[in-house]
Design a protein around this ligand. Structure first.
Ligand code: FAD
Ligand code: NAI
Length: 460
């Protein structure tokens, strides 16, 4: 007898689980309320933000880098609507691709909002659905300042910031975390004045301190302004002008004005419309769906995956969690490890991290040694203008295994896989030291950092 699986939400957690479950022979139904599949990631997250980061970076190169190389090119005009159109073409191609994949895998796709009406019973537009297994994958939404609601016109979340029709004159960004840093980079490259207001004493606070410092230095050189240890205490929109009152480091109050403000102060789980309580589904204090380590909720046979469940809010975490879950449910024991989830900021330079950071190693009292290698000592790093970037590795002193790594350079996101494999397969550093990397590449710095953990770096 075929197992039946009902999945609520068509983002990376939901649609990927649906395809894997269908491949394993289950009878799968997927409910998505939005007209497009792909969730936050494809429609208003990962994909459109990376498109704008790439297109705006071309403008940055043209304005600031080409002349250093003797390339005499002038920028006459930016047709921002064309950039937005191209971004839209990529997004719609990909979302249509998912619809095709669902069809190909014979997955029933229902468009509508799902809500619990009883335990293991879900209603969508009058139809009552149930299944052997129900997977809740309803994602997340932006947190907004309680005293300054987002209108997506001048007071933006990432969704509004990705859809602007005009390039801001002055964009104020509240929160210098991942979204803030990526969107601020986009608009700075396009010529906006960009000012950050950050609560913490450094930007990208979930990364190592030297990463925050390096990234901030580079962004400052690009003319970006920062107010750290600062909180917004009042926000108003007066005649199209955003006016913020802020309390700075030394408790001084100052005002700041811009034509747009982006609130990027984190995201929260989304269970709006789902009526989880009617289905007996318990939420934790922050609104995440409570699960055990097997991802099962308070109701047997109902599971939660992706942003709405515990763990980092990342697309690859969402889809891997979903794959591991459906494989296990359908008799193919499988797992994934939160420790192996990579984390990337796609600014220029990019920051890519996997495993533990220094604060976590210290908190866990693990004996570790550090290897670090700067791209100023790597030929390709100089060509790519990555002189300020570096690779850093943490190696466990007792096991000689890689515990964590971070890369700061133009292609960091594409270079992390080797470290991920080393962590996943528990490789010893001795196994990596003699890996022959093509020359000249940025990846040579990965091995140099590993060598440096034993003071054996060749080029530094
Ligand atoms: P979502 O993608 O949020 O999907 C949930 C889906 O459920 C939505 O389509 C929603 O419409 C649907 N839904 C909700 N309630 C119901 C209901 N009751 N009935 C039916 N359908 C419902 N992550 C990365 O890994 N890399 C990145 O580069 C990256 N960039 C990002 C950039 C931005 C600006 C943002 C906002 C996020 C970014 N993320 C990135 C995070 C990533 O988008 C999320 O982690 C990922 O989308 C989570 O997937 P999910 O399937 O859990 O949820
Ligand atoms: P975040 O948690 O990354 O950063 C929020 C920042 O806002 C922090 O630096 C925090 O100190 C600051 N902050 C919080 N409250 C504040 C306040 N009142 N005033 C000033 N600063 C304040 O959250 P963000 O950037 O909104 O992103 C949400 C999530 O989306 C990320 O954690 C990530 O999981 C996901 N994402 C991932 C991306 C990627 O993988 N490249 C890109 C974009 C989003």
């Amino acid at each position: 007898m075929k197992k039946t699986i009902l999945i609520i939400g068509g983002g990376p957690a939901g649609y990927v689980s649906a395809i894997r479950a269908a491949q394993l022979g289950a009878d799968v139904t997927l409910v998505e309320k939005h007209k497009n599949l792909g969730g936050t990631c494809l429609n208003v997250g990962c994909v459109p933000s990376k498109a704008l980061l790439q297109y705006s970076y071309y403008v940055h190169l043209l304005k600031h880098e080409f002349s250093n190389l003797g390339i005499d090119a002038s920028l006459n005009r930016i047709d921002f609507s064309r950039m937005q159109e191209k971004k839209g073409e990529i997004v719609s191609g990909l979302t249509q691709g998912i619809a095709f994949l669902l069809k190909k895998n014979k997955i029933r796709h229902i468009r509508g909002e799902a809500k619990f009406v009883a335990e293991k019973k879900i209603e969508v537009d009058g139809e009552i659905l149930t299944a052997d297994y129900i997977l809740l994958a309803t994602g997340s939404k932006p947190i907004e300042l309680p005293f300054f609601p987002i209108d997506e016109d001048r007071v933006l979340s990432s969704t509004g910031a990705l859809a602007l029709k005009n390039i801001p004159n002055h964009l104020i960004v509240i929160g210098a975390g991942v979204i803030g840093l990526e969107m601020g980079s986009v608009y700075r490259s396009l010529g906006s004045r960009v000012t950050y207001i950050e609560f913490f004493d450094r930007i990208a606070p979930s990364f190592d301190e030297d990463v925050s410092k390096t990234l901030m230095e580079i962004m400052k050189q690009r003319g970006i302004e920062f107010h750290l240890q600062t909180k917004v205490i009042k926000g108003e929109l007066i005649n199209g002008v955003v006016q913020l009152s802020c309390e700075g480091q030394d408790k001084n109050i100052f005002q700041i004005e811009g034509d747009y403000v982006l609130q990027s102060i984190g995201r929260k789980p989304n269970t709006q419309g789902l009526a989880p309580q009617k289905g007996g589904i318990r939420l934790d204090a922050k609104g995440f769906i409570e699960t055990g380590s097997d991802l099962q909720t308070s109701v047997k046979g109902v599971y939660a995956i992706g942003d709405v469940a515990f763990g980092p809010m990342l697309a690859h975490k969402a889809s891997h969690e979903g794959i591991a879950l459906v494989e296990t449910l359908l008799g193919k024991p499988s797992s994934y490890n939160l420790f192996e989830v990579p984390n990337v900021i796609y600014t220029h330079p990019e920051v890519a991290h996997v495993g533990m950071n220094e604060a976590e190693l210290k908190a866990n009292q693990l004996p570790y040694k550090v290897g670090k290698f700067p791209f100023k000592a790597n030929a390709r790093g100089l060509v790519e203008h990555d002189e300020k970037g570096f690779v850093k590795v943490y190696v466990c002193k007792s096991s000689d295994r890689l515990m964590g790594a971070v890369v700061v350079c133009s292609h960091a996101s594409e270079m992390l896989a080797m470290f991920q494999l080393a962590i996943k397969e528990k490789l010893k550093i001795q196994d990596l030291k003699h890996l022959m990397i093509a020359h000249p590449t940025l990846s040579e710095a990965l091995i140099e950092a590993i060598l440096d953990s034993d003071n054996q770096s060749i080029h530094f």
